[in-house]
Design a protein around this ligand. Sequence first.
Ligand code: URA
Length: 427
Amino acid sequence: MSGGFAAVDVIRAKRDGGVLSDPQIDWVVDAYTRGVVADEQMSALAMAILLNGMTGPEIARWTAAMIASGERLDLSAVDRPTVDKHSTGGVGDKITLPLTPLVAACGGAVPQLSGRGLGHTGGTLDKLESIPGWRAALSNDEFIAQLRDVGAVICAAGAGLAPADRKLYALRDVTGTVEAIPLIASSIMSKKIAEGTGALVLDVKVGSGAFMKSVDRARELARTMVELGGAHGVRTVALLTDMSTPLGLTIGNAVEVTESVEVLAGGGPADVVELTLALAQEMLAAAGLPDADPEAALRDGRAMDAWRSMIRAQGGDPDAPMPTAAEVEVVRADADGFVAEVDAYAMGVAAWRLGAGRARKEDPVSVPAGVVLHKRPGDPVRTGDPLYELRADDASRIPAARDDAARAVRIAPAAPARPPLVIERIG
Ligand code: URA
């Protein structure tokens, strides 16, 4: 026992469906961060929270305690309005790459602290590290200076930001407690509030490739996060967006950078462009810049200029060619018809097996590995048409990915009805 509480009493209270008091929450989050509450005790508490939930005030207090576990950045030296975006994670979700420089090109400053991929979802930092020379780690001073000079930064969160979340997220990952809405909402919002952004747009993914498989759960998560943002003075809106199929035509690291650059050059797949513009419009409105025209900034090269400045500022060479995979297997259609489905989860697992993702935090990722789709849901196909490519550094990785990729794709006699990409707006 320490500070008047015993961890086991806090665990029992939540196990029995009780409401934790503010002092209990403050104590348990702080004591866990300091190593006084052990991992096994926090695992039990996280499972009790997953099973029994938390009230709105409990989630708000838990989030405040996670923010208080570390530093809160002060971005007042940045003279443009700050606005960030957070995606709850998906397959082929490279939107941060074109979106960050696009919003900067329209007058916002985007302080994007990103993560690495784990499991079947990709990580923005892993993707950007495909660019020779680019570095993810910046000091707080470098972060703020780049935000002032370029208006766009994508980098790793420093160790001082919400350390309680860093520890708790790693624990949840290995204890089957990632999917608890109070824990996801407090994890995401503690980091975003601590980074100091003035406004925030959340891209809450729904579907097989997302943590939230149903619209109802995604809506509950979105509402919880929007309320948390408002309570901490961060203007927050959320879009619920479809993640039943991968975004765009590429899933991996270098392949996703290449596709993002196509979008910045005014091309790219229609769904990536649509979501990039929808999120840019929300971010610019939340930042108090509703008259900015992101479509024009993509067309006239301003977004590309901001991308090049952002990459160079972090040591990257925006003109360096992307590495190509040593092994490429093209998979072809075995029937005539329409692509009825490309399942996001199964394709995400295939890309992961090819080496694009990692099994353990410390594993390296392969830069050129991944999947390149030739067809998307709704496209007509004829027998023998290329459906997708599996790319890897090492031929031994391809057989393991074949089955997942084959399971992901279904061909049917008629074109399917597709859900809208942007399902709902909350805010
Ligand atoms: N992303 C986070 O940062 N935290 C979660 O809990 C889930 C997704």
